[in-house]
Structures are given as structure tokens and as C-alpha cells.
Write a protein that binds this ligand. Structure first.
Ligand SMILES: Cc1cc2nc3c(=O)[nH]c(=O)nc-3n(C[C@H](O)[C@H](O)[C@H](O)COP(=O)(O)O)c2cc1C
Length: 353
């Protein structure tokens, strides 16, 4: 396997997910995978133009990088402004959302309905590229179509038009967005996945970077798609079962060593490593609470899948999600969670904490 420097930057990424992939979540994911590209939640350009920019964009760039800022908007000037902010706040990419089907987003005339406005997306992309002057890439995340429009030609023309404006990276959620009658959640489940359309896109545009997204939940499936497209983006599976990412650096980025303490004797992710990650998150949360008055639950909510599949996981999770503990110091919650987990594992060999 080649070293990570030789691989394309979009080979593997964690999807933008509203209310999930905030900076705390990204900090956590970065402890598990050093190289995988991480995406922020979508920030609207209106929030970036009129709102509290520091609140929306503050992150620990040096720790978290490579990270892409995803924006949602439809005014090229505002998109350019957002792209300049992405650069200023040390994000490694700015990504335009053309896939979100929510009603709120449709009222703002952006998200998935922009797939009907390829010319406007092209203008926005051009404005963003001019704004960042080639210093960071501009990418677009979109669906394969909208409503019942299932012609490959629609997808090809959208990508072709936007590519002409200079966009070289497309991340394609391989299902349509149905703009009427489905909630955003249903829109991630009901329209059928049609991976072959994304594979075809790559054959037709070999010089573009095409990443595929939607319903990809195993390393084997990632391997399968990487033979056909340049990258894979994983959303829900990575969030709910973060240890899915434990071998991504070695397996997909040609980095690290499988014997670096992550794995126990049977080749499974070791409990010691899980515990180290949890301890690191506790220290991080203590810092966050001290510096930004962040309640511990804001960050802890993202780690609830850490012990999935291990004995005591449920008891452990129950403590970390117990709102009655919200005023207690995080170190105390950690101690209670660890005790609850170990009580379910009488023969645990974990080091005492
Ligand atoms: C809770 C949640 C929030 C999401 N928010 C966004 C978002 O802000 N921007 C976006 O482009 N996609 C968003 N998505 C869609 C994901 O990025 C991804 O396209 C989708 O979940 C399909 O990938 P998966 O099957 O691997 O989860 C969201 C998905 C979830 C589950």
C-alpha cells in the first residue's frame, strides 16, 4: 500500500451531519483515525454573514485537520464570503451542500433543490474558487437526482456544468432527494441507492475526483467502491459505531502499524485503546468546560458508541447519557461510567483509573 501522501485526499471521509459532526465529534473521530477527511455540519451562508462567526467556525485546526467546512447557500457573493472564512479559519476545503432536502433548506432555495440550478451552482463555485485563489479546494456534495427524475443524463449534465466552472471534486450521495412528502430522515432511507450511476459518472469524467456516499457500512464495501471511484464517504455507520474507523489508517491510508496498541492479542480493537480514547476525551472536555463553559454532555453525546459490542457497554452508555449527572464534574461521570462498565465484566483486566 502506498504512503498516505500518494493517495488522493478524498479516499475516505466522514460525512457532514447536522448536530452530529460538530467540533467535539470531530475531535473524537480524529483520535480514532488520523488521516480520514472530516466534514463539519452544514453552516448556512446567512449564519456566516450575519451570525457569530467564531461560534460557528472555531475549531482546533492543528489537531483536527484535514477538515472540510460544508456550507449551504445560493447567493454566489455569500458563498464567496463563506469560502474566504473557511480559508481564514484554517479549514482544508469548502464544500457546497446540494443534497439536503429539508423544508427549511428548500425555503432558502438551497440544498438539493440547487440540482435544478446547475448554472447557479456553477456561478457559486466560480465565486468561491476566485475567493480562495486556489489555496483550498472547492467541492460539491449532491444527490444523483431530485424527485422522480432518474435519468443518468440529469446527473451527468449537472456535474458537467459545475465542473466547467472549475470544481474538480464531487461527493455523490447515491440516491435521489424527494423534495415533497419525505422527511430528511426518510430521504436518507427510502429513495433507492443506485451506486452504478456514481460509478458511471467516474467512467465518464475520469479527470474529476468522484467520491460515493450512502449506505456504506463495512470496510469490504469501501474496498469494493474504491475500485470504481476515487473516494468513499461514510456517515451514520461511522457515527454510531466509531470503532468501525479503527483500522482505516492502516487499511486505507497505508499509515500506522496494526501493532500500535490499538489491537489486542486476537486482532480485535483492544479495551486499553478504547480506554485511552475515553481518557483523552475526558481531558478534552475538562479543557472545553474551563475555556468555553461547554457542558460535558455536548461532547459526550458523540462518544456513546465507543464501547459498542464490549461487555458492560450498555451500563456505561447509560451513565454517560444520564442528564441527572449534568452538573457533576466530567471526571466523576467518567469514574461512574467506568465502574458501571466493569461491574458488568467481573474479570476485566483494565488498568484501574
Ligand atoms: C443526522 C444527520 C445529519 C445530516 N446532515 C447533513 C448535512 O448537514 N449536510 C449534508 O450534506 N448531509 C447531511 N446528512 C447526510 C449525510 O451526509 C449522508 O449523505 C447520508 O447520511 C448518507 O450517508 P450514510 O448512509 O453513510 O449515512 C446528514 C445525515 C444525518 C444522519
Amino acid at each position: 500500500m502506498q504512503g498516505s501522501a500518494d493517495l488522493n485526499l478524498w479516499r475516505l471521509s466522514v460525512a457532514p451531519m447536522m448536530a452530529w459532526t460538530d467540533r467535539h465529534c470531530r475531535h473524537f473521530h480524529r483520535l480514532i483515525t488520523r488521516h480520514t477527511r472530516l466534514y463539519t455540519e452544514m453552516m448556512t451562508t446567512a449564519a456566516l454573514v450575519h451570525g457569530d462567526v467564531a461560534k460557528h467556525l472555531r475549531h482546533e485546526a492543528a489537531v483536527e485537520s484535514p477538515t472540510a467546512l460544508q456550507i449551504g447557500g445560493s447567493e454566489p457573493d455569500e458563498m464567496a464570503h463563506a469560502a474566504r472564512l473557511a480559508l481564514k479559519w484554517s479549514y482544508d476545503e469548502v464544500n457546497l451542500n446540494c443534497g439536503c432536502p429539508s423544508e427549511r433548506v428548500q425555503r432558502g432555495a438551497f440544498g438539493a433543490c440547487l440540482m435544478n440550478e446547475a448554472g447557479l451552482v456553477a456561478d457559486g463555485v466560480k465565486a468561491m474558487l476566485d475567493a480562495v485563489g486556489g489555496q483550498i479546494p472547492v467541492s460539491v456534495k449532491h444527490r444523483i437526482g431530485i424527485d422522480r427524475l432518474e435519468r443518468y443524463g440529469f446527473l451527468r449534465d449537472f456535474v458537467g456544468t459545475v465542473a466547467q466552472a472549475g470544481c474538480k471534486v464531487f461527493i455523490v450521495h447515491a440516491r435521489n432527494a424527494w423534495l415533497q412528502g419525505l422527511s430528511p430522515k426518510e430521504n436518507r432511507e427510502i429513495p433507492p441507492l443506485r451506486y452504478e450511476m456514481v460509478h458511471q459518472l467516474k467512467s465518464e469524467f475520469p479527470n474529476l475526483t468522484i467520491a460515493i456516499n450512502g449506505g456504506i457500512t463495512t470496510a469490504q464495501a469501501v474496498d469494493h467502491h474504491l475500485q470504481r471511484v476515487d473516494g468513499v464517504m461514510v456517515g451514520r455507520a461511522a457515527y454510531h459505531d466509531p470503532m468501525l474507523m479503527a483500522d482505516w489508517d492502516t487499511r486505507f491510508w497505508g499509515a500506522g502499524d496494526a501493532r500500535d496498541g490499538r489491537y489486542g492479542p486476537e486482532g480485535l480493537v483492544s479495551d486499553d485503546w478504547r480506554l485511552q480514547i475515553e481518557q483523552h476525551m475526558v481531558a478534552y472536555i475538562e479543557r472545553e468546560t474551563a475555556e468555553h463553559a461547554t457542558p460535558w454532555a455536548h461532547a459526550a453525546t458523540h462518544i456513546l458508541g465507543l464501547w459498542n459490542g464490549r461487555p458492560g457497554a450498555r451500563a456505561w452508555r447509560r451513565v454517560w447519557s444520564d442528564h441527572r449527572l449534568k452538573d457533576r464534574p466530567v471526571a466523576e461521570v467518567f469514574a461512574l461510567a467506568t465502574r458501571a462498565r466493569r461491574a458488568a465484566v467481573p474479570a476485566s483486566k483494565d488498568a484501574p483509573v
